[in-house]
Design a binder for this molecule. Structure first.
Ligand code: NAD
Ligand code: GLY
Length: 379
């Protein structure tokens, strides 16, 4: 139990001198100052947050820093994916320099994956590198983006194409902050929960089929279990392959398709990252089944579970007449996983058995996309 009454679990991302703890539980926001103070080179932090999160949680975080004797200032950015671009980065780095950050100043990212990614990137490049702490407040950020050190911004060419690997010093995942998330945002994060199960934990997928609804409805114990399970899967992959030379690419299951859809919809509210991942997971399993790699029943099970909780599994309501298999495919060519002009895919031999391959015929991918688009005009 921590001093605020909630129980806290901890995991370590084992990266030697760059290793760090992930704390998951309730009351962590109230305890944040005390938890982070031993790691601070200077008793001063700059909190980076957004206009939705700040009114909800900034005051609690500031009070906790006051209690621990840590000086603080804050930079509040506009919410949403649109902030994660060069303009947003310039606004943030200007504010940091105006606030006279020094090398010993730590940034604290209080928010979802957008804030975590842009604040982490600003930390990587400001004064050639500042420390930062992640305080993720969305399910997506708690199960995925706050850990692993991938930071960056989007450009017109694609998602996260400008960025850096820069690990946080600490991750504080306060489960209670998830209570204020909209159902749509919660579900977008849930897609990344499903992703972790599909990569390497079939039992966890069974559990999600039984308990996922309860988790989404607000059960904190189920939420904690899901965050911890995803974090332990991700932490072990990151510890083995920090800079994605190999196995870490498994974490991109569903993302090659998903990123193409996000690029086509212009990185906005029309399609949230997690929703794109949900569609991408369905397509990755469908492709695996078509190629005879996995049982079509597994592909059906994945789609049924995503649909049962209310996530999108197809292009319905999304694609407009200008979309074509070629335009989606062109976005995939900008994916960071492309190498020597060829695409890397994460496919599956079954639930919990994802693998990385460069051996996918582009014709098969094109046919899958054409069928997904044709299904829209058929109905
Ligand atoms: P987000 O940060 O935009 O947050 C979603 C929305 O919820 C925003 O409007 C935000 O203001 C609001 N919000 C956040 N916390 C809230 C709370 N507790 N209560 C009420 N509202 C709250 O989006 P996200 O889904 O958290 O993250 C998506 C981003 O994460 C994408 O840019 C994606 O590329 C990135 N990502 C990065 C990694 C990585 O490894 N770095 C992994 C996965 C995704
Ligand atoms: N979200 C993919 C990764 O962290 O590698």
């Amino acid at each position: 139990m921590n001093r605020n009454g909630g129980s806290v679990s901890s995991l370590r991302v084992d990266l030697g001198e760059r290793g760090y703890d992930i704390l998951v539980g309730e009351g962590l926001l109230e305890a944040a100052g005390r938890r982070m103070r031993p790691l601070l080179a200077q008793d001063r932090v700059i909190i980076v947050s957004d206009e939705n999160v700040a009114p909800l949680y900034l005051g609690t975080l500031e009070k906790s820093l006051d209690g621990a004797g840590v000086e603080h200032a804050s930079v509040i950015l506009a919410p949403g994916e649109g902030t994660k671009d060069f303009d947003g980065l310039r606004e943030l780095t200007d504010a940091l320099l105006d606030a006279r950050v020094e090398r010993g100043t730590t940034l604290v990212a209080l928010g979802g994956g957008v804030i975590g990614d842009i604040a982490g990137f600003a930390a990587a490049i400001t004064l050639r590198g500042l420390d930062y702490v992640q305080v993720p407040t969305t399910l997506l950020a708690q199960v995925d983006s706050s850990v692993g050190g991938k930071t960056g911004i989007n450009t017109a060419q694609g998602k996260n194409l400008i960025g850096a690997f820069h690990q946080p010093r600490l991750v504080l995942s306060d489960i209670a902050t998830l209570d204020s998330l909209s159902r749509r945002e919660l579900l977008a994060g849930y897609a990344e929960v499903v992703k972790h199960a599909l990569i390497s934990d079939a039992e966890f997928f069974d559990w999600l089929e039984d308990e996922g609804e309860g988790l989404i409805a607000g059960d904190r114990e189920r939420r904690r279990h899901a965050v911890l399970t995803c974090m332990s899967i991700k932490a072990s992959i990151v510890a083995e392959d920090e800079r994605e030379a190999g196995r870490r690419a498994l974490l991109n299951l569903g993302h090659t398709f998903g990123h193409a859809l996000e690029a086509e919809t212009g990185f906005g509210d029309r399609l949230l990252h997690g929703e794109a991942v949900a569609i991408g997971l369905g397509l990755a399993f469908e492709l695996s089944a078509r190629l005879g790699l996995c049982d079509p029943d597994d592909a059906g099970r994945v789609r049924r579970h995503l649909a049962a909780v209310g996530l999108p599994t197809g292009l319905g309501g999304l694609a407009d007449p200008s979309w074509s298999a070629e335009s989606l495919f062109a976005h995939m060519g900008h994916d960071k996983k492309a190498r020597d002009g060829g695409l890397t895919f994460v496919l599956a031999r079954g639930i919990g058995q994802a693998f990385i391959t460069r051996d996918v015929d582009t014709g098969d991918v094109g046919a899958l996309l054409e069928d997904a688009l044709a299904a829209l005009t058929d109905t």
